[in-house]
Write a protein that binds this ligand. Structure first.
Ligand code: AOF
Ligand code: ZN
Length: 344
């Protein structure tokens, strides 16, 4: 159990770990807050990306010793390996910390074991974390953890559909199917991923900026890398958020491999019906976010391209994990459906 000061410290550690200047990969995002015996903050630290000091080392560097009886609050289990920096579990033991609060076990087999090492040194290790904070610690490195497990980035596909499953009218017009709240949420989604991916056809036809903007048009602090997949030509993307990465392939696995090699860990597919279908067919969509608009077209372009399905028994079933209404200032409401393709 955590006391109030410890809960506050963990919330703060999660907040500083999510520094928008720190990438989602190839290393996890980690925060650390050191408290004295009275629950006062002694120092804060966070990891700033591969090759830099770990969160615990960063916090210890900023704290004046001795730290006898201090509590370290960390968002991820302190490491035990000597990688680009020393083992954090040993650094905490050497500093004389008496209690360590850990929000999440490190799933990296090379680095884990900090809990046992700290306990063996007589340190009180607390793992009983309020569920909302444990969930936040898991969400913080969702893409990174997925990468460790699957060797590729997490893929979220986002599509906007009319009630009858259309993405565009017969003449190709598609702006706007959804209301303001749903459209703003897309920008928020872009800030939680590190990559936005579209096909070269979409880049040619729509000239999307793919930047993450606020309602007033200003850029968010965290901007995703923009990637365009396909072998065809596409013009420079507008929006002034850096060059788009061309992925000169039609193979979704190869595209993801290239992004993974660049340290990217969470891809938002915004590429339109064809690209969504290509990734779905390859079983490379982990999460589908549908903005469903209460409007009908009765014809026009379907929201998902050809899945190669010709009979009902072959349909692709998804599990619905969440339904949330998104109401715009003008009063119109769309639905956000979150779905996961069934793996079995
Ligand atoms: C911690 N604190 O702040 C971080 C940890 O590339 P390296 O050598 O820095 O090691 C990275 C691994 O260490 C990473 O995969 C993860 O398991 C752990 N990261 N551990 O105690 C930190 N960033
Ligand atoms: Zn470490």
């Amino acid at each position: 159990m955590l006391n109030d000061a410890e809960r506050r410290a963990l919330r703060r550690a999660l907040e500083i770990a999510a520094d928008p200047a720190v990438p989602l990969g190839p290393n996890p995002r980690v925060g650390c807050v050191l408290l004295d015996a009275h629950g006062r903050v002694l120092a804060e630290g966070h990891h700033r990306g591969a090759g830099t000091a770990h969160a615990e080392a960063d916090a210890l560097n900023r704290a004046a010793p001795p730290l006898i009886g201090a509590t370290a609050v960390v968002t991820l289990e302190p490491c035990t390996h000597v990688g680009r920096t020393g083992p954090c579990a040993d650094a905490l033991i050497a500093a004389g910390v008496g209690r360590v609060i850990i929000a999440r076990r490190d799933p990296n087999p090379i680095a884990t074991g900090g809990i046992e090492r700290l306990r063996a040194a007589g340190i009180d290790v607390e793992l009983d974390i309020p569920v909302d904070l444990a969930a936040a610690a898991a969400a913080l490195n969702r893409g990174w953890e997925h990468g460790l497990q699957h060797g590729r980035p997490l893929v979220t596909a986002k599509i906007a559909l009319t009630l009858d499953g259309r993405a565009a009218a017969a003449d190709g017009t598609s702006q706007w199917i959804t209301g303001q709240a749903a459209r703003e949420e897309v920008h928020q989604l872009r800030t939680t991923c590190d990559t936005v991916l579209v096909g070269a056809g979409t880049a040619r036809a729509d000239h999307p900026s793919l930047t993450a903007r606020r309602g007033d048009g200003t850029l968010h602090h965290r901007q995703p890398v923009r990637a365009v997949m396909g072998t065809g030509h596409f013009p420079p993307l507008p929006g002034g958020a850096g060059e788009a990465i061309p992925l000169r392939t039609h193979d979704p696995s190869a595209a993801l491999a290239e992004l993974f090699d660049r340290g990217l860990r969470h891809v938002l597919l915004e590429g339109g019906p064809t690209l969504a279908a290509v990734f779905l067919r390859a079983e490379l969509v982990d999460e589908l976010i549908v903005h469903l608009a209460p409007t009908l077209l009765g014809g026009g372009r379907g929201g998902i391209g050809d899945l190669g399905i010709t009979t009902i028994a072959d349909r692709l079933d998804l599990d619905l994990t969440d339904v949330t209404p998104l109401t715009s200032p003008d009063g119109r409401t769309d639905l956000r459906l979150t779905l996961r393709p069934r793996t079995t």
